[in-house]
Design a protein around this ligand. Structure first.
Ligand SMILES: NC(=O)c1ccc[n+]([C@@H]2O[C@H](COP(=O)([O-])OP(=O)(O)OC[C@H]3O[C@@H](n4cnc5c(N)ncnc54)[C@H](OP(=O)(O)O)[C@@H]3O)[C@@H](O)[C@H]2O)c1
Length: 316
């Protein structure tokens, strides 16, 4: 697997990261095989969150550590990223109750994630969502504490716009190395909004403060989530009859490169010069291997635009 530098960190990480939001759905032997396959193919950057577990707080961190047979030797072979911010939900409930990024909450959350992940350190620790009650000075104090204690090596955020990112970085001493954002061929607003400047329609509306460009300029790696989905977790667009033109084009390009269609969805993101890191969220080993193949495909300028247009975008 091709690697890249993660933001301003010293970490050389695979260009495709593995998201563990659904690992609870496989558990046991299947989860063990899944984690081992990730390691075998060089997809050794694992990304999770304390909230993942379909209503059981912290569950996916535990499932992952168990499936990996976590030990110091295993730990050395991988990068682990996790997040906090969405507060515990009661078992059986689907939605977080509120967002908390206070100092005490972060300190407690880091310790709990370390315990569940059976590790002494987290490579990258993210604030999972913008918090209306964000106190950047408190976050900075918490980050300093866990950093000095060797519990966390690097920090990041998810779903932050430009100004929130700037505000936080003003106070936090360590570089924010990643901002995790929703992005796929079908959800490409982060990129395409910059192409319709001053047009007299909704496509010109800037919804994020040009965060993609801001991250690129400031060496904050954008990690893309929902790389195979449309809408907000609307479902997979591959082989989906709602997107006939897009699938036809993707299949045509996939045939040319001799790879599965999903590899083209990943390659499309990797072709953007902003050095994005797609996070693949499949729970299926075959899909994982297929998606990872996207790292080996270098789309031409023309192919990239053809796919983007087949997703419903226009040059003007
Ligand atoms: N920061 C945030 O707010 C945030 C939000 C959401 C997600 N995330 C992170 O991003 C990761 C990925 O998110 P996601 O789950 O939405 O990602 P995704 O990779 O877009 O997967 C979404 C769906 O597409 C299907 N899929 C993936 N590859 C496929 C393939 N090759 N062929 C057919 N179907 C395929 C998957 O089903 P199968 O499992 O059956 O393959 C899955 O149900 C998560 O695990 C999490 O770590 C972060």
């Amino acid at each position: 697997m091709r690697t890249m530098k993660l933001g301003k960190s010293d970490l050389q990480v695979p260009v495709v990261a593995v998201g563990l939001m659904h690992i609870n759905k496989i558990e046991g032997k299947e989860a063990e095989e899944y984690v081992q396959t990730c390691l075998d193919i060089g997809c050794n950057f694992f990304e999770t969150a304390d909230i993942y577990g379909d209503g059981v707080f912290g569950y996916n961190e535990e499932v992952f550590a168990k499936a990996a047979h976590m030990s110091p030797a295993v730990r050395e072979k991988m990068f682990i990223q996790t997040k906090c911010g969405f507060t515990p939900i009661r078992p059986g409930e689907g939605k977080p109750e509120y967002i908390n990024t206070s100092k005490d909450y972060i300190l407690k959350s880091v310790d709990e994630s370390l315990r569940r992940l059976q590790t002494e350190y987290i490579d990258v620790y993210l604030l999972h969502a913008p918090d209306a009650l964000l106190n950047p000075e408190e976050v900075a104090e918490a980050f300093d504490k866990v950093y000095s204690a060797g519990k966390v090596r690097y920090f990041g955020v998810a779903n932050y716009n430009t100004t929130r990112l700037q505000l936080l970085q003003k106070y936090v001493k360590q570089p924010i190395v990643t901002n995790q954002l929703m992005m796929s061929i079908v959800n490409s607003g982060l990129l395409s909004r910059g192409m319709y400047v001053n047009m007299d329609d909704d496509r010109a509306i800037d919804r994020d403060g040009g965060v993609l460009d801001y991250c690129w300029m400031n060496d904050v790696t954008v990690q893309c989530w929902s790389t195979m989905q449309y809408g907000y977790m609307g479902g997979c667009f591959l082989n989906n009859p709602q997107f006939p033109e897009l699938n036809q084009k993707i299949n045509e390009v996939a045939a040319k490169y001799g790879v599965p269609a999903s590899a083209i969805a990943i390659a499309w993101l990797l072709r953007i010069p902003a050095k994005l890191q797609p996070v693949t969220g499949t729970k299926n080993v075959k899909h994982l291997i297929d998606n990872a193949k996207g790292a080996d495909v270098d789309l031409t300028h023309e192919e990239w635009y053809q796919i983007w247009k087949a997703a419903g975008n226009a040059i003007r």
